[in-house]
Design a protein around this ligand. Structure first.
Ligand SMILES: [Zn+2]
Length: 150
């Protein structure tokens, strides 16, 4: 075996601390570790990591994927627009909610890349996900635009 599957990660046998870790630890990994320690605020690396995670999630429909986002407490996603080549997904209660506003900064690129990886596999085509709104930019919620071409 040379790695862990998502099912492996669910095998948790911590008798005293259980399965939860505080949100600030997740934020530290995401916003201090990945954004500050990697070149270009981690952009290319974060996209690769997110897509890989998305591809490995045990989901086979868009609905299961959105449910998984809520189960993993990344945020509460909902589709607000859908047409032939575009889906808009708003995420309420995103992990970034409550952080100080940094003008012009969007910080939920990893989560968008997770959507991209998972939706690409589910839809069996090349999908691009763009982060269009973020709480950290002062927007009212985080939002992604999902596009694909036939
Ligand atoms: Zn966010």
């Amino acid at each position: 075996m040379n790695g862990f599957s998502f099912e492996d990660l669910k095998m948790i046998h911590r008798t005293r601390l259980g399965k939860e870790v505080p949100l600030e630890l997740f934020r530290a990994i995401r916003l201090i570790g990945m954004r500050e320690a990697l070149p270009l605020e981690g952009k290319g690396t974060t996209a690769s990591i997110g897509r890989k995670i998305g591809e490995s999630l045990p989901v086979s429909t868009e609905e299961e994927l959105l449910d998984m986002f809520a189960t993993l407490q990344i945020g509460l996603p909902r589709v607000t627009h859908r047409d032939k080549h575009l889906i808009k997904i708003v995420v309420d209660d995103c992990f970034c909610k409550g952080l100080p506003v940094l003008e012009e900064k969007k910080v939920c690129d990893l989560e968008g890349a997770i959507l991209e990886g998972a939706l690409g596999r589910i839809m069996n085509r090349k999908v691009t996900v763009r982060e269009t709104k973020c709480n950290v930019s002062g927007d009212e919620h985080c939002e992604y635009e999902v596009r694909w071409y036939d």
